[in-house]
Design a protein around this ligand. Sequence first.
Ligand code: GDP
Ligand code: K
Ligand code: MG
Length: 301
Amino acid sequence: ENHTEQPFRCGYVAVLGRPNVGKSTLMNHILGQKVSITSRKPQTTRHRVLGIYTDNEAQILFVDTPGIHSKEERSINRYMNRAATSSMTDVDVLLFVVDGTQWTDDDELVLNKVSQAKGKKVLFVNKVDKLTDKEELLPHIAQITEKCHFDAVFPGSALKGQNLEQLTATLKSYLPEGDLFYPEDYITDRSERFMAAELIREKLMRSLGEEIPYSSTVEIEQFKFNDKGVLTISGLILVERPGQKAIIIGKKGQRLKQIGRDARLEMEELFDCKVFLELWVKVKDGWADDERALKSLGYND
Ligand code: GDP
Ligand code: K
Ligand code: MG
């Protein structure tokens, strides 16, 4: 047999789209691991998160981003839009994700930004598992590709893993030749502390009703192994109002307990060791609309 050796490829893919189309779910599924937290609520992803995929042909550096949205009333929202928009420059591929069942003005907003950016462009039409008639997608796709040129288009499902192998192969082929940027066993550039805070925030987002999630953030105050080899983590949940604190704690502390238990179990899996997790809730009025408070809470990339 005489086949030529393909060069190794490595580069950045920015995952873009409005909130809730399934960007983080998509990245996690391709990585085979939860690097970026997900929930049914918009604004679950607040930071830029690097997800590293490596096989024997390529290393894809996925940049998961907060969804770009038009409501910019508070500092935290401006921060999220900044984090998403800035990741569009200096990447090799823009992966624009839309929800095949729902098109909104915010999709239009992101599409405009994508159409003005440089680099290879791939459209992923997500959540097709929810459609009984796949034909419905065609006019939808035509409308999008009329406004912006895409080098490849894939309908599929991030949740069910539909069409993700084809997507991954195409993304790899668009990357420049080059060596690994990160060791092959790395899955993210984020610290374990950051991952711990995010897992707590995910459980919060999933456990709470509509209002509070956007008013809360998590700070890790302690992250260390005790003399018995148990990873001891202390997390502080900050909210904006006393009423929110009461809701998070719940009747007889039940809700907070459940959030702590769910987060701890995932931490034990992620860090591969026994974890002791302590959670506290504190009111810090106005943290989400205060540039300085945001910086000190880690919203500074
Ligand atoms: P993001 O805000 O764009 O990062 O979206 P998430 O990844 O957090 O997902 C938002 C919601 O959509 C979650 O409840 C996901 O489970 C759901 N979701 C994501 N992808 C799919 C999909 O392919 N099919 C269905 N039915 N739901 C999905
Ligand atoms: K979400
Ligand atoms: Mg997300």
